[in-house]
Write a protein that binds this ligand. Structure first.
Ligand code: AVJ
Ligand code: FE
Length: 436
């Protein structure tokens, strides 16, 4: 457990030490908090849950709880708050962690105390820090100026069949046994999925560029009513961080201007752009259940597994996770991460927009606090699945559910398409499409 906490902290320190004091305290985008807010918020949540609640210890800094309560102040207003400065923040963060390691030394993981059974509260806090680390990475992407982050390139891609036929059936969605699954992933429940066809890999920059060049952003036929209203109002013409000069397309990546890599998954598109591309391509977005069926169902055993490749935790051969490579990998880069039916790169690379609203599963219980999931359920948010290159493995479970507004583009999100099978693709019609 201490190792998990140290791993998230090493990442937080790296992301905050990478910039100077000015860049730590300033707001790089109205959509994001100053990095120094995330930093102290991480420690404040850790203090609330692990020092005060689990440990039953005295508060360290009750006076600052309100400043770092995400529900008290919108992101846009946070720079104007009397926040702790960088050195005060670092001192607070260290003080909290010292106390937490002491609590960890003395705690008994009593199965009768739900918060500590299976070390849940510690796992929740490690995941919370890693989630903010991905948020801080998105802030880095929005930051202007010379690059400060670097990482080796991901593995090379390979040619893939375009689509995979999924026979569908009843499967167990969500989980009741994954010890650190958060409330919205629970409980496991049966879901019926009709046969469908899904893209083998996420839609690439090259695929998406064809939509742009075909005038996709100027044609209301491809857009939902809300999507068209948004694309007009926001004057969208291409994914965020793309630019064009004399027929050459570029993308900005953590301060580096790079020629648009055509075989990489497209990223920084909002839900409406994903939806419009899919319609233009004669397809649609997968539902959340279709995504999870493709990622977890094993047709050989009939069982729902943890990951596309099985039950083992992700290794570097399976998926592009954990900020090892600061970009998504080209299509086909992770053959060892394929699902039994041959769907690839479901975990890692880019978050994938689904067509589903963020809703509770049947039997949902808000736990251990309403503000993680409960207050966000409803039609305002769309679900994203699978994690990105910026997501840590402690989060990127096959059951993990992310959500955001359908207009958001600063997250590391792309998508893959799905479609209903044509009659001749259904079993018994002679051909079974890509089904092995
Ligand atoms: C699950 C990524 C939508 O960042 O708003 C962080 C995670 N919750 N602190 C968010 C979260 C509380 C959450 N997302
Ligand atoms: Fe938070």
């Amino acid at each position: 457990m201490a190792e998990q906490l140290e791993r998230s902290r090493a990442r937080t320190v790296q992301l905050t030490d990478a910039v100077d004091t000015d860049d730590l305290v300033k707001q790089h985008s109205k959509l994001m908090s100053p990095l120094v807010w995330d930093y102290a918020h991480i420690a404040n949540q850790e203090e609330l849950w692990l020092v005060r609640d689990v440990g039953g210890r005295e508060p360290l800094r009750q006076d600052i709880d309100e400043l770092y309560d995400a529900f008290q102040h919108a992101r846009a207003d946070r720079p104007a708050l009397p926040l702790l400065g960088p050195s005060e923040t670092r001192a607070y963060v260290t003080e909290v962690r010292d106390k937490v390691l002491d609590v960890l030394d003395h705690v008994t993981f009593d199965p009768g105390r739900e918060l500590v059974d299976n070390a849940f509260a510690f796992g929740m806090i490690a995941q919370h820090e890693q989630q903010h680390d991905e948020t801080m990475l998105a802030t880095h992407q929005l930051r202007a100026g010379a690059p400060v982050l670097d990482a080796p390139a991901p593995p090379a891609g390979r040619q893939l069949p375009a689509e995979v036929f999924i026979p569908g059936g009843v499967f167990e969605m969500g989980t009741s046994i994954e010890p650190w699954a958060l409330d919205n992933e629970r409980p496991a429940h049966p879901v019926q999925v009709a046969p469908y066809v899904i893209d083998t890999a996420p839609v690439t920059n090259g695929d998406y560029l064809r939509f742009v060049l075909a005038g996709g952003y100027d044609d209301p036929r491809w857009w939902s009513e809300a999507g068209w209203a948004h694309v007009r109002k926001a004057s969208l013409v291409a994914p965020r961080f793309w630019s064009e000069a004399d027929g050459q397309w570029w993308r900005l990546r953590f301060g580096h201007q790079e020629q648009l890599p055509l075989d990489e998954p497209v990223m920084h598109v909002c839900f409406y752009e994903a939806e419009a591309y899919a319609k233009w391509a004669g397809k649609r977005l997968p539902t959340e259940a279709e995504w999870e069926f493709a990622a977890r169902f094993d047709p050989v055993s009939g069982r729902t597994r943890r990951f596309p490749w099985g039950d083992d935790s992700p290794g570097p051969q399976h998926a592009n996770l954990g900020q090892r490579h600061l970009r998504p990998a080209p299509a086909g880069a992770y053959p060892a991460g394929a699902s039994p039916l041959g769907v690839e790169q479901l975990i890692g690379d880019v978050w994938e927009w689904t067509s589903s609203d963020f809703r509770p599963y049947p039997g949902f219980r808000a736990w251990p606090y309403d503000e993680y999931s409960l207050v966000f359920f409803g039609p305002d948010y769309k679900v994203l699945r699978g994690g990105s290159f910026g997501t840590d493995e402690v989060i990127a479970r096959g059951t993990f559910r992310n959500w955001d507004y359908p207009i958001r583009r600063q997250i590391f999100a792309g998508f893959r398409c799905a479609r209903d099978p044509r009659p001749e693709e259904l079993p018994g019609a002679g051909s079974t499409g890509g089904l092995a």
